[in-house]
Design a protein around this ligand. Structure first.
Ligand code: 6GU
Length: 227
């Protein structure tokens, strides 16, 4: 899978894909992430990519020309399954959306900045608008990193234990159960006895019950949503 990310602050995205699971995915050739500087595609002086909004008001707006130039240059070598704009007024990201996007081959992500991007670019080229939650970030870069991480770890072969993505919180409308590791006792606090029993059926039942209990306590909405 290939994820190309267009940004005016590409440095913000130099770290997140160079560690841990996503680093391994890239090293294994399962995931390619390219960060593209929008300023490389402007024809305006001093690498200008934004301008004042027509009609007035605060903030700057990314101009349509550099956006189209960057997109069309990339489309010469790649067909994109989705052209995604990260924006607080997009559809809120959830696990189901991440699952579906992880099945695609090539994604192009646009990070907004300032007051946003010219609406005509959204109307004519963007196929999918995504937010990562009901709060405002300074730009779409951190959201693009979140989206790329959520998608990348789902690509087959990225996680070592193939079953481990399936047992994540949200995959079955349940939060994950508690986990423990050594030592068995710390300051008198014991690991639940069942986990030491070696009885896999009992352990599986316990984990399921704990997941349900935790979900009921913390996120009852997940149980109601269940389709
Ligand atoms: Cl995708 N962008 C910005 N700027 N803020 C956000 C967001 C995206 N998602 C939640 N807040």
């Amino acid at each position: 899978m290939r994820i190309d990310i267009i940004s005016v602050v590409p440095d913000l995205l130099s770290g997140p894909f160079s560690h841990s699971i996503l680093k391994r995915a890239r090293e294994r050739g399962l995931l390619e992430v390219n960060v593209i500087n929008l300023r490389d595609y402007t024809t305006y002086a001093r690498a200008q990519v934004d301008d004042y909004p027509f009609g007035g008001g605060a903030g700057m707006v990314l101009m349509i020309e550099p956006l189209v130039n960057a997109m069309e240059a990339l489309q010469k070598e790649t067909h994109y399954d989705e052209i995604i704009f990260l924006t607080p007024d997009g559809q809120t990201l959830n696990q189901q959306m991440a699952n579906q996007l992880s099945l695609k081959q090539n994604l192009l992500l646009f990070c907004g900045h300032y007051k946003g991007i010219d609406q005509r670019f959204r109307d004519h080229f963007i196929t999918c608008e995504i937010s990562i939650g009901d709060y405002v970030l300074s730009g779409g870069e951190l959201a693009a990193a979140v989206l790329t991480d959520a998608i990348g770890r789902l690509i087959p072969g990225v996680l070592n234990d193939e079953s481990s993505a399936l047992s994540d919180s949200f995959q079955d409308h349940l939060l994950a159960p508690p986990v423990y590791t050594r030592p068995e006792t710390f300051r008198g606090w014991q690991v639940p006895e069942v986990l030491m029993s070696g009885n896999h059926k009992r352990i599986e039942d316990w984990r399921y019950e704990e997941a349900v209990r935790r979900t009921r306590e913390r996120r009852p909405d997940l149980l109601e949503d269940k389709d």
